[in-house]
Design a protein around this ligand. Structure first.
Ligand code: NDP
Length: 280
């Protein structure tokens, strides 16, 4: 881990699109908690020249790190000179850190999810988890979820093939795929929606019976009001239903820790973003 002490620390988030990214404000607020001066810009990535853009950004020795978002997470992982094991497993990175040897790729989305669950009093040890979705977000979460020592993670997804692929990536006997239509037989105490369905106001095709034990429910999507999935979970009696805004802040807090070696308090940033979201 790099602990950089010089002033004028330069950071950026690369993505396409990027204008919507909340990372600059999140990291400026974190930096203010420690009186660290940073610059943090949004950089619109170009599909053809992305790695050259990274080279150019890091040519400045004050550039201590970067966040990477869609659609460059895989390319960033390949570009880095060393990779965390979760990056090797998922093949994607959302954080780059300059160190003495070069550039390390890390993925902090999963840790952000786990820390936000814990912040909400949801602990995963010995729990049975239903993970819905098998895209990049689910792939990025699986290693961090397993670190919490759950009893089992069931993965269900529209495309069964993608669910099976994720099971094989996880390569752990505590992870198995479940066909969507068979989810009604599951008894779980945590459900995580890692699909993009809430963005279009839809809910995954899982049976209401899965909610019978009133599991804690997490939707990675966040918006100004309850997502469709959270609305459904609440209507079925799940009082602990949490959206993904805290995951966003949690993954940023983990990146900040990797760059500066200090852990920011997510609460004031989360409160600010929630207020902004509701008012927008
Ligand atoms: P991907 O495009 O990689 O994966 C999308 C997932 O949603 C797949 O499992 C896909 O299933 C499923 N899906 C999409 N459309 C449908 C549909 N109509 N019916 C059923 N399933 C569908 O996206 P990501 O994994 O990167 O992201 C998923 C969500 O998580 C996004 O909405 C994103 O905003 C959110 N997210 C939130 C974060 C946070 O910090 N809060 C961080 C990262 C992501 P299939 O495999 O069958 O195509």
């Amino acid at each position: 881990m790099s602990h950089i002490t010089s002033s004028n620390k330069k950071l950026a988030v690369f993505g396409n699109p990027i204008a919507q990214s909340k990372s600059p404000i999140i990291h400026q607020m974190f930096a203010a908690q420690f009186d660290i001066e940073i610059s943090y810009e949004r950089i619109l990535g170009n599909e053809n020249t992305f790695t050259a853009q990274l080279d150019a950004f890091f040519a400045d020795n004050n550039a201590v790190g970067a966040n990477i978002t869609m659609p460059f997470k895989e390319k960033a992982a390949s570009w880095a000179t060393e990779k965390a094991s979760a990056v090797k497993q998922a093949g994607a990175a959302n954080t780059l850190i300059r160190n003495e040897r070069g550039f390390r790729a890390e993925t902090t989305d999963g840790k952000g999810l786990v820390s936000d669950l814990a912040r909400n009093g949801v602990h995963l040890k010995n729990k049975r988890i239903l993970l819905i979705g098998a895209g990049g977000a689910a792939r990025g979460a699986i290693a961090a979820l397993l670190t919490e020592q759950p009893e089992h993670i069931f993965i269900t997804n529209r495309s069964e093939e993608n669910a099976k692929r994720l099971v094989s990536i996880a390569d752990d006997e505590r992870v198995s795929a479940v066909i969507e239509g068979e989810s009604d037989k599951l008894q779980v105490s945590v459900i995580i929606n890692a699909t993009s369905l809430s963005l279009s106001g839809k809910v995954p095709a899982i049976s209401d019976a899965v909610f019978a034990n009133q599991p804690a429910v997490y939707d990675m999507v966040y918006q100004d009001s309850d997502t469709a999935f959270i609305t459904k979970a609440k209507s079925l009696g799940c009082e602990k239903s949490i959206d993904g805004l805290g995951m966003l802040v949690g993954q940023a807090a983990e990146s900040f820790y990797l760059w500066f070696g200090v852990r920011p308090d997510p609460e004031p940033v989360l409160a600010y973003l929630r207020k902004e979201l509701v008012q927008s």
